[in-house]
Design a protein around this ligand. Sequence first.
Ligand code: COA
Length: 659
Amino acid sequence: MVNLQVKEIAVIGGGTMGHGIAEVAAINGFKVHLNDLTLDILQRALNNIRWSLSNLHGKGQLRESPDEVMSRISVTTSLEDAVRNADFIIEAVFEDFNVKSSIFKRASEHAPPHAILASNTSSIPISELASVTNRPDKVIGMHFFNPPVLMKLIEVVRGDKTSDETVNVTVELGRRLGKEPVVVNKDVPGFISNRLFMRLIESACLMVMGNEASIDAVDSAARFKLGLPMGIFELVDFVGIDVVNLILKAMVNRGFKFSGCGLIDDKVKALKLGLKTGEGFYKYPEAGKYSRVKVPKEAGEGVNPVRLIALAVNEAAWLIRNKVASVVDVDTVTKLGFGFPKGLLEYADSYGIGSVIVELIKLRDRYGTVEPDPLIMQMVSEGRVGVKAGSGFYDYGGEGYETVKLTIEPPIAWITLNRPEKLNAINSKMINELIAVINKLGAEPFDRVRVVVIKGAGKAFSAGADLTMFSNEEPTEAYLTSRMLQELTNKLERLNKPVIAMIHGYALGGGLELALACDMRIASEDAILGLPEVTLGLIPGSGGVKRLVRLIGLGKAKELILTGAKLTAKEAEELGIVNRVVPINELENETRTIALKLAEEPPITLMIAKGILNIASEGSLEDTLTAESMGFSLLFSTKDSREGINAFLEKRQPKYQGK
Ligand code: COA
């Protein structure tokens, strides 16, 4: 339970990170006290914030005017004044232990006793900073990514003495800042992000220094085989080779074992520090001026992408085995922190854990790198070798489906429609696999799965039934296909757990019909929804006609189906087809939040409520009233209903078990 309500935030340090953090806090309604050594620095910070706010405003990404946001920021050169009324203090000065610890000491002497002291450090141990304060239980790491305004990730780092309450308040604050906080449970050098980043660099460096591949080849494989937004060396250039070097050295000093990278050392010596100096591993038009690095696709042909990620996967296994982070945390960090299109461990599962181990052994034999982690060795011995086996870092439901992916992350099961190259068009195989998955989820106990989310891989939810199925279909075959699709949507509608459709990109035809059979629909702003079948000379045949009429009424449903119009997410929301529209980068987070909220409710009650709501939309008043009374009375036989009532009377949070 989070007790402390953060209202005022002090940010110490007005540099790149500090001004960005202050900006994010002010945008999200907090009163901010920004502190640095001189008024000059503070003025520059304010100018930077104003420039960034105007940019956001120009793009329509700011609810208020820049002036309104700015009015919540005050600046002071006095650290004591900055922290005096703050509930939460974020230090973001340069990475120097003496400077930081002196700030922590002074801040703890002058801040209110309840205030939490957080550091944005990426390399200094939180526990050491905590030890100079009068409140080590209230000291925590809050590692933002650059630029804080755009990057969604925050690593929340627990020191040896950090209390659970402090972690909870910080996570909650991170969410209120519109970010996705990942808790790093132990204060290990480099946390999660830099440990993984350094391993990617290590593989890349070893391959180049060992004459296995050129820099271009490595980066081409990273971009075109793994689909990463930047190559590894390109990313190092972007971050700054000196910055990477400093972080790496700090980690190594704290015991992080690293093979060394002569390539980085050479560049640092030559002062070719990457984008900021105009040259690093690549050349740029001028210092600080970014232009996309040209890497030929063919260059990476001989590079095995598994080798590139093997050391990082091994590091992730170490983090998981040592309970520093979970599988999902690792993937959140790689997706939100590095812009990976899918998580590092999703890659590992799809390439196969066996292949990762083979590459680790080759790297060990050739370069003396670490042994494969015991966790992945155990996974292999248990047959959990990835997607093909139905289980790896993730659980794919026991069977290797081809067109759908099932990931059970208790209490949520994620079904991904997985034909991204065909915009997840629904073919016969997908219909059968979806039916199998839904049957399986129906049988899952509530302590594992309480809510199901359906989403699409790639750039769409689903562009409908696969039209190639219909090109030569006889009417009788088409009838059977339609019946199968109806069976699928009926199963979804009747599943004993709530189902949320998470819609981005196109949800057309059968794709929208699938979503209409779900209990809720959350869409991103870019979603396009419609039933365009008439434009192909067909009509919806997966139960969509009835479900749309039920949802929005006959008049609007006729307009939509007869014109085959495609709606924007906003229009669909106005009509009541989708429950909520959110920016694309918030879609997964928002859906997860809603799913987790549903998962807190008593699952049998939700199951019965869902059934009765379905009857209410179909049956007569009398049918519904009878079902309602029967469901109502039946729930008195559950332990959860007693728990709910008792918890209310005892003024505590209920804990539902699905019994
Ligand atoms: N059935 C089969 N294949 C489909 C499909 C469908 N419903 N929708 C998209 N695809 C395929 C495309 O044929 C293309 O395959 P290809 O790369 O092998 O040529 C791939 O998915 C990508 O689609 P594309 O049309 O190139 O993408 P786009 O962004 O230009 O257009 C749409 C997207 C959704 C507007 C367009 O694909 C479309 O109109 N699809 C059909 C939608 C529809 O009528 N659905 C109702 C069916 S019940």
